[in-house]
Write a protein of this length. Structure first.
Length: 584
């Protein structure tokens, strides 16, 4: 309570805030907002908040009056007590926010510590499954002490994207509305169920869940006190058109056959490590900053009489180079950031490199699902193919018009900062699906827009060596991103490092610290290189300079977003004359 009011102190006079904070904090079980009476802080940096019992029976939730909570009617379909196979019993609530946002909410019936966590959804969503991802090890989550909710974002199933055809409201809900109205309704139900509103509200998500996280910070800065945004698909339109289409198109010969097949990926990966693993001073199978690797795939081109399985043809080497460098027009204009796939991620290129001719790869399915029904405003074409994508400057600007509502590119998080919010942005360096370059560019734009020192007060970026998309990869790939956000939000403990763990066959084989960017972990020279305690934080004296000169760099702006409205089967955008149209 006191955190909620304190973060919005600009809206109230100081005397009123003090009085309201003291009153509401005592009523909620948070003894007092006065520094001398704040709850104690746990070893994890979280406030030791008193657990509150429900004020209602679980079954009573179906009868709650939720009129006026959000912009549309809310229907609670069921409220069921769940006690089997869970850390703590909870009341599972299922319902719908009109027209079709399915929500699932879990309310602890014993030991709720006044926290609300909302989880994001990956891909094009379509399912309301609570998934904590890299927040699964957060202590209150493990103990079942948080109220948690999620949404399918306005549609169910239909992984081919056809859910969006002639359904503009579903597109709006997927773009930004679904997560927001879920937060409103979930917090209203929590308040009625316990008789107290959440003291702290958090959001955590990866991939599209990372886009949802940034969309919340940008469009609805008051919804959450703390946000963990992982591998965000915030540049969604470019990501699901040019990025993934290039993955496929650049690997096809004149006859439409694949040039590079996945059997060669281990060979390429070994060569990358041989060339660059030692650059960070430690040969450990990881690149702590792949941007420093200047690997040349043409060094693998076959010599005379060499076994073809141990080398690359010139055409295969060309594919590797183009996959790393990213999509361009025939004239060399960049259609995505300068590095599409970081060196070190090659083993996971099976997302777009097939094992055999005739296979349809994941990248192709991503693009076709998106472009046929969702990617172009008020356009449906079930027969659209990758060859219909225009690799030209004009084609680029025609394609990205829908970024005005689908993408989360606004770097001006002043509203989120002023609300008291905290942001932990994170990405895996080996991400084979969404390039960490997009996150780095957003970080750069954020610091330029808000100011570097100001950003340091409310946001941190963590880049995890050897980690693929949202997890997996060759490095330590399990970590907790939510506890640092909670600690920063609740007690002011600034995240100074996150320890990542690798487990093989049930045994922890390596731990490694990751420090806020631009700092990196350096071995201190003694003890095991698989023990995080033997590493220290070092900020490189000569940081890598990213090249963000590409067509879409204009998208990182504070004036491109529009509000969309469903009118019949069409989207109507306000303002109609968008930033993209004016500049494109």
């Amino acid at each position: 309570m006191y955190r909620y009011l304190r973060s919005r102190k600009s809206l109230l006079s100081g005397a009123i805030v003090v009085a309201m904070v003291a009153s509401l904090a005592t009523a909620s079980g948070v003894a007092s907002a006065h520094p001398d009476h704040r709850p104690p802080v746990t070893a994890a940096g979280l406030l030791d908040l008193p657990a509150l019992a429900p004020a209602l029976d679980c079954s009573a939730v179906t009868g709650l009056d939720l009129r006026g909570v959000t912009d549309a009617p809310v229907t609670i379909a069921s409220a069921t007590l769940v006690s089997a196979n869970t850390a703590a019993p909870y009341c599972e609530v299922r319902g719908t926010i009109a027209p079709a946002n399915t929500i699932v909410l879990r309310l602890p019936v014993d030991g709720w510590t006044q926290r609300y966590v909302q989880t994001g959804c990956g891909g094009e969503c379509g399912s309301s499954n609570i998934n904590f991802g890299q927040a699964s090890n957060c202590p209150p989550v493990v103990a079942g002490q948080v109220a948690v909710a999620t949404t399918d974002m306005g549609h169910q199933g239909q992984n081919d994207g056809s859910w969006a055809a002639d359904n503009p409201q579903a597109q709006i809900d997927f773009s930004y509305r679904g997560v927001h109205v879920t937060a409103q309704v979930a917090k209203a139900i929590i308040t009625k169920f316990y008789g107290h509103r959440p003291a702290f509200s958090y959001f955590t998500g990866c991939s599209d869940g990372g886009r949802e996280a940034l969309m919340e910070a940008q469009r609805y800065p008051g919804d959450f006190d703390g946000i963990a945004a992982g591998a965000p698909a915030n540049d969604m339109v470019v990501q699901n058109t040019y990025h993934h289409a290039w993955n496929v198109l650049t690997n096809l010969d004149d006859n439409g056959k694949y040039i590079l097949l996945s059997a060669k990926l281990p060979l390429i990966h070994r060569a990358v490590l041989a060339a660059c693993d030692k650059l960070d001073g430690l040969v450990d199978g990881l690149l702590d900053d792949p941007r420093r690797c200047d690997f040349d795939p043409y060094t693998l081109v076959c010599k005379k009489a060499q076994d073809a399985s141990t080398c690359l043809t010139p055409a295969e080497a060309g594919v590797v180079r183009r996959l790393h460098d990213g999509a361009v027009t025939a004239k060399g204009d960049r259609l995505e950031p300068a590095i599409s796939h970081e060196w070190g991620s090659e083993l996971d290129w099976t997302l777009f490199i097939p094992a055999a001719q005739g296979q349809t790869v994941g990248s192709q399915m991503f693009v076709e699902s998106f472009a046929r029904y969702l990617g172009f405003t008020n356009y449906v074409n079930p027969n659209w193919t990758l060859q219909d994508l225009k690799l030209t400057v004009q084609g680029f600007w025609e394609t990205v018009q829908s970024s005005s509502y689908l993408s989360a590119m606004d770097p001006d998080l002043t509203g989120f900062k002023e609300s008291g919010g905290k942001l932990l942005l994170w990405h895996g360096w080996e991400d084979q699906h969404i390039s960490p370059q997009g996150t780095l560019e957003y970080w750069d734009a954020l610091r330029s827009s808000v100011g570097g020192s100001a950003v340091d007060s409310f946001a941190k970026l963590f880049l995890f060596p050897g980690v693929a998309h949202c997890g997996g990869g060759e490095g330590p790939n399990t970590f907790d991103v939510l506890t640092p956000v909670m600690a920063w939000t609740e007690s002011g403990r600034v995240p100074s490092k996150i320890v990542a763990t690798r487990t093989d066959n049930g045994t922890v084989t390596r731990t490694r610290p990751v420090f806020p960017y631009p700092a990196v972990a350096r071995y201190d020279g003694s003890g095991s290189i698989d023990d995080a305690s033997n590493f220290v934080s070092v900020t490189p004296r000569q940081p890598v300079r990213d090249d963000f000169r590409w067509l879409g760099s204009r998208l990182f702006s504070s004036d491109y977003q529009v509000v969309a409205k469903a009118v019949g089967t069409r989207l109507v955008l306000r303002p109609a004359q968008t930033w993209l149209t004016r500049r494109g």
